[in-house]
Design a binder for this molecule. Sequence first.
Ligand SMILES: *Cc1c(COP(=O)(O)O)cnc(C)c1O
Length: 410
Amino acid sequence: MITEEILKFIEQEEEKITTEFKKIEKNCRINSQKVLEAFQKNDVSEGCFNSTTGYGYNDLGRETIEKIFADVLDAEDAIVRSQFISGTHALTVALFAYLRPNDKLLSISGLPYDTLHEVIGIVPNNSSLASYGITYDQIDLVNDDFDYEKIQEYLKNNKVKMIEIQRSKGYSTRKSITIDKVEKVVKAIREVDKEVIIMVDNCYCEFVETKTPITVGCDVMVGSLIKNLGGGIAPNGAYIAGRKDLVDLAGERLTCPGEGREVGPTLGINKSLLQGMFLAPSVVASSLKTSILTAKCLEDLGYNVEPKYNEHRADIVQNIIFNDPEKLIKYVQGIQMGSPVDSKAVPMPWDMPGYEDQVIMAAGAFTQGSSIELSCDGPIRSPYIAYQQGGLTYEYGRLGVARAIEELKK
Ligand SMILES: *Cc1c(COP(=O)(O)O)cnc(C)c1O
């Protein structure tokens, strides 16, 4: 139940965020134009909605989708596949595709996303990069920005094969990294090392700004289709975009050496991926508006939020810092109650595969684990932060948040 009182409160808050909404709408127009032009340039036709089975040779839709992703992301090439189970899987494929025994991987945005710890070998696993003799090091952010000098110094003194930059904050307390900062660090890296492969984990960042990591000089970027670029329509999958040689290497790793990108049946999803990309700019805009509304409401209710409603955003994630496990749990349960699917389910903290702390997760989504749909999660550890993102339309996002506030007030 959403009371009149809460709806009135939300309407008042909406009056105070119109300037921010205008900026979101402008970005949405620019990104929509880019998508439409990519559809037209690559001649999307009804034939692209057909699909292949078995080996998946000569799949017109798949090839067209990959060209569209490349164009939209300012990249030379892209591989976009449902055979990537998730963003983590695509990142894993990229890491294993580019790194060889005795190579070094360097993260310059601190500790990578939880699910990559076993992939890299930060948490021991018999199939990790470390088990193949690939070494890892990391340079932490300083005041939420790159440690430019330390990075340059490190590259002068060490042979590094690959740098990883994770833009979105994951389950950390830092800020997400804007494209301007990525541009600045790429320049700093290239002053001392022209060879190192710069890979960006771009999860949650697509279409939030109008430039991509590739626009500003990164070699390759990776993201999930159950986040921004799937537009809430893609049933699963992920992409890797960037330099053609690197995209091809990822294909050889995803399938098999020699077959690479030539295989991969699409099993009926081409139309969904195209429609998802078509809707993605406005779905991302709806998510951003939902986040801005959340930031404003929760801040005015006395909670710490990050980012603030009027801060420049790098991704769609909104944090609410509850400093209290009960409040975190209540809010997340409220988001679930405000969802279209499984609204009667009551989420509880659980041990999720790949994550070290217990996590509570509201996921009343059409697609399992989809976080471009309104979703909210948080590890049960101090300072008890909710990580909220998504909202397929602003109107539904707004109702979900209203429901969660209602729950929090109980
Ligand atoms: C979501 C996310 C991932 C992993 O994506 P999954 O599809 O959940 O495996 C990796 N990095 C960041 C920053 C993310 O937000």
